[in-house]
Design a protein around this ligand. Structure first.
Ligand SMILES: *Cc1c(COP(=O)(O)O)cnc(C)c1O
Length: 495
């Protein structure tokens, strides 16, 4: 199966291993399947599969350049003891008949682990498949969770180096401690004076800087990306939509073939796009509901068909969703424009030069058929955490609360009774300050580890093992650079 750029011609398509190594297309676009696999998915069989078996099925559809053995080894390595739940993705039922798909049982306690435990496995095997004899330098812009998850996944992986850029002051205390305590000789982590969008934009610039890329190759290295712009991150995420569907069938919530809705807390549009890809290859999904925080550019986009990035940027209590330029939306636009890369180029140029673009009526109609959208304010997030806790003694993190709130609003607004899955993306212990305050109405005495303890005293939920040791490790010194200094930092670090 081949992959092409959303902004380029089919004739430049790559096989899956090459696309995983490349990360981003040289023309600035994102790699997408040239044609989606058209499997005859046997839903009855899916309902019987374990998580690993489901992952195997999905990966072998999209990544058919890898051998069976390579995929098996990758899956064993990615979904092992580092997850604190043998199910990998447990699905929890809540009082209102909603189901929470818990994606946070990996080593860094957020959903990014599902893909970032897998990506290094795919990357090292891609290097073998393609005979690339260079060091792969992974550049990562993070809004908080991708950084730790990619460092954890790539830690001391031979032939790789990871450089992470995060917004200075834009991540939670636990997220910061996690990033600064990752162990590994091949890791760099740098704060930038700016927000996530600036970090992501600069990373894209550096990626597309042909001269810099050539210099790097001469010194025996090559860039790749661990952001959800890399197709190797997106595809592993398709698996949990299938797995959860199967689980709901096993539990008798739905009959085979009946639709399920998913509400997804969204930032860079990677998680929800994986749901869309699952639907494209035959999973019975009704609506995908895009949930945003106060940075609600996507809510407006789905409502109006106009994407306008000229707006205030807010630092919220769900920092991993503090994003205004949602990269993976480009893949959805490409799809609803029937693969018309000229249209995608036109829209993306509009975003660059006029800060906005408007899609055609036809594209809009196709989006309306499959998506809904809503957002949660800071107060709504807190009251949702409290509402769910009081009703079900179930503790949710602020990102999950965004989805939970938006799902609830959607159900009340539309009276759609299709079973709903809320995508739960982080452990509440990653954001103890906000969760504690939401539940008790009081502020924590001190942020960070003390807050974890305070939250435990209230909820009694077991504290995940990686959190217990986190604050015993001496953090690295923080390094801060300006966005325009990122390139220089990379140069020095790669040498
Ligand atoms: C990254 C992240 C999101 C947003 O996911 P996207 O794929 O960027 O849309 C939501 N919640 C948490 C906890 C995250 O880490």
């Amino acid at each position: 199966m081949n992959y092409r750029s959303t902004r380029g011609s089919i004739s430049n398509s790559l096989n899956s291993a090459e696309a995983v190594i490349q990360g981003l297309a040289p023309d600035g676009g994102l790699y997408v399947p040239v044609a989606f696999p058209k499997p005859t998915i046997d839903l009855a069989a899916i309902a019987k599969l374990t998580y690993k078996e489901t992952a195997k099925l999905v990966l072998s559809l999209f990544f058919d350049d890898y051998t069976d053995a390579q995929l098996d080894e990758s899956i064993q390595a990615a979904y092992g003891q580092q997850f604190d739940d043998a199910e990998i993705v447990p699905v929890t039922k809540n009082h209102e008949g909603s189901h929470y798909m818990e994606l946070f049982h990996g080593p860094t306690l957020a959903f990014k682990d599902i893909a970032l435990q897998m990506l290094p496995q795919l990357m090292v095997r891609a290097v073998k498949l393609t005979d690339v004899n260079r060091k792969i330098v992974i550049l990562t812009a993070t809004s908080g969770d991708t950084g730790t998850a990619s460092m954890n996944g790539f830690r001391d992986v031979d032939g790789t180096q990871v450089i992470v850029f995060y917004p200075n002051g834009g991540v939670s205390p636990v997220q910061l401690q996690q990033m600064l305590t990752q162990q590994g000789k091949n890791l760099d982590v740098v704060a930038i004076d700016g927000n996530f969008d600036q970090a992501q934009t600069e990373v894209k610039h550096i990626f597309n800087d042909v001269k810099f890329g050539e210099e790097l190759k001469l010194s025996g290295s090559q860039f790749s990306s661990a952001n959800s712009m890399n197709i190797g991150r997106l595809v592993p995420q398709v698996a949990y939509y299938f797995y959860t569907y199967g689980k709901l069938v096993r539990d008798g919530v739905i009959k085979l073939g009946e639709p399920v809705n998913f509400t997804v807390p969204t930032g860079n549009f990677g998680d929800i796009l994986a749901g869309y890809y699952a639907k494209k290859i035959g999973l019975p999904i009704g609506k995908l509901i895009c949930a945003s925080n106060q940075n609600n550019v996507l809510t407006d986009f789905f409502k109006t068909g106009t994407y306008n990035k000229k707006r205030d940027f807010y630092l919220t209590n769900s920092p991993s969703m503090d994003i205004i330029v949602s990269s993976n939306l480009e893949r959805l636009l490409f799809d609803v424009a029937d693969g018309n890369s000229d249209k995608v180029i036109e829209l993306m140029n509009g975003l660059n030069t006029q800060d906005s673009y408007t899609i055609t009526d036809e594209m809009k109609q196709r989006l309306d058929a499959g998506f809904d959208a809503g957002f949660a304010s800071e107060d709504a997030i807190k009251s949702e955490i409290k509402r769910v806790y009081d009703a079900a003694k179930y503790t949710i993190d602020p990102h999950t609360a965004v989805a939970s709130y938006v799902a609830h609003q959607y159900q009340q607004r539309t009276a759609d009774t299709t079973p709903m899955v809320i995508v739960a993306t982080a452990s509440p212990y990653k954001f103890p300050e906000t969760v504690y305050e939401a539940i008790t109405g009081k502020e924590v005495v001190e942020p960070g580890y003390a807050a974890v303890g305070q939250l435990f005293d209230v909820t009694g939920d077991p504290v995940p093992a990686p959190m217990k040791s986190l604050f015993e490790i001496e953090p690295r010194q923080q390094i801060v650079v300006k966005p325009e200094g990122m390139k220089e930092f990379i140069k020095n670090s790669v040498k």
